[in-house]
Design a protein around this ligand. Structure first.
Ligand SMILES: *Cc1c(COP(=O)(O)O)cnc(C)c1O
Length: 379
């Protein structure tokens, strides 16, 4: 027997209570029972988003929420500015191009956070309909300052909409869509929300909803105006992912019981513990500027086979962490610390990294990482 430990930056572990809710006999969605469930979930989502207004639930992975954002805010040929500092930034670019936007890329070196001065000067030059950014760029572990970005955008180009992929930010650290003046905020079920993949969520500001009324991009399944109309009546336009919504109710209940401040504090504490552990092992954290509380990306030490690290941990210990993507393949490994995870999980990850790196020939003091993490957690 081997116990499985899922410690990737998504998908993340699902609590037993949530699994149990999803395993119950299926209810029909055009029923008062489902409507009551959906109403409760909508209220919980608004709480989680710390924002008034509708959070639209879609049956899709997170990328579906990103696509819905582009399709509903933009018309073909509109100028889009994409902050591209990793794999998920590239996704915004690809979606904007697929929908025929005039897409300008602001390339950020992977692992860095975007320079707000650079954003301002790009926005001053172009008349961008929207700027697209990640709050937390999961592929590198870096954060972008979306609060500052929204402020900067308002200063130089007040008409430009600010669309944020918050898929590993919302429910991880404090993010305030309406207070910060964000216009679209997307998340997905399989990261901080303690659910399996399959749901995407999109919140829009009032002015983004107004833009959606005018936008001429083709859309059908992802028409957020049609969805809003249905969801305000506590139902969905199409068949919802009923079991996932049942699980969502339980997951939101758990989050409300913990409280937003405690949730943010837990993620920050786990991040600090993992980073202290990596430092004690002589390893270097990858992101150079702001680090996301969702994931720790660690540079693979010189001379070590980076691709073997997650593979060996998976095969020999049943611990799933993530490697690097695209250009970072073999160069970093990533430990997820978001969602249904706690200190003990982090000790599993740290212990696994110690054993694996030692096996691969990296010289370290065994137990040093565990001790450092425990010191942080003990405080
Ligand atoms: C996970 C993730 C996504 C969504 O990916 P899906 O596989 O479509 O769910 C998008 N952006 C970021 C930053 C992510 O971490």
């Amino acid at each position: 027997m081997r116990k499985y430990h899922l410690l990737a930056p998504g998908p993340t572990p699902v609590p037993a209570q949530v699994l149990e809710a999803m395993a119950r006999p299926l209810m029909h969605h055009r029923t008062p029972d489902f409507e009551a469930l959906f109403e409760e979930v909508r209220e919980g989502l608004s709480w989680l988003y710390q924002a008034p207004g509708d959070v639209i639930t879609l049956a899709a992975s997170g990328s579906g929420g990103m696509e819905a954002t582009v399709a509903n805010l933009m018309s073909p040929g509109d100028a889009a500015l994409v902050i591209e500092g990793g794999k998920f930034g590239e996704r915004w670019t690809e979606i904007c191009r697929a929908y025929g936007m005039n897409t300008e890329v602001l390339s950020v070196e992977w692992g860095r956070s975007v320079d707000l001065g650079e954003v301002k000067s790009r926005l001053e030059k172009g008349r961008h309909r929207a700027v697209f950014v990640q709050a937390s760029e999961t592929s590198t572990g870096a954060k972008h300052d979306v609060e500052g970005l929204a402020r900067a955008a308002r200063e130089v180009s007040p008409e430009t909409l600010v669309a944020v992929d918050a898929i590993t930010a919302l429910g991880v650290y404090d993010l305030r869509p309406s207070e910060w003046g964000l216009d679209a905020v997307v998340t997905g079920s399989q990261k901080a929300m303690m659910l399996p993949p399959g749901l995407a969520f999109v919140w829009l500001s009032e002015r983004a909803w107004a833009a959606a009324e005018k936008a001429r991009s083709p859309r059908y399944y992802f028409d957020l105006l049609i969805e809003r109309k249905s969801q305000r009546k506590s139902t969905t336009a199409w068949t919802p992912a009923i079991s996932l919504v049942a699980g969502l109710k339980v997951a939101l209940g758990m989050m409300r019981e913990e409280g937003l401040e405690n949730i943010f504090e837990r993620h920050a504490r786990l991040a600090r513990g993992v980073r202290a552990a990596m430092g004690a092992l002589g390893l270097e954290i990858f992101p150079a500027d702001l680090m996301s509380e969702a994931v720790t990306a660690v540079r693979v030490p010189e001379g070590i086979d980076g691709k073997a690290i997650p593979r060996k941990m998976q095969n020999e210990q049943g611990v799933t962490i993530a490697g690097g993507q695209s250009g970072l393949s073999g160069k970093i490994f990533r430990i997820g610390h978001l969602g249904y995870v706690d200190e003990s999980d982090m000790l599993v990850a740290v212990g696994g990294v110690e054993a694996t790196l030692a096996d691969l020939g990296y010289s370290l003091e065994k137990g040093a990482g565990l001790t450092a993490a425990q010191e942080v957690f003990g405080k």
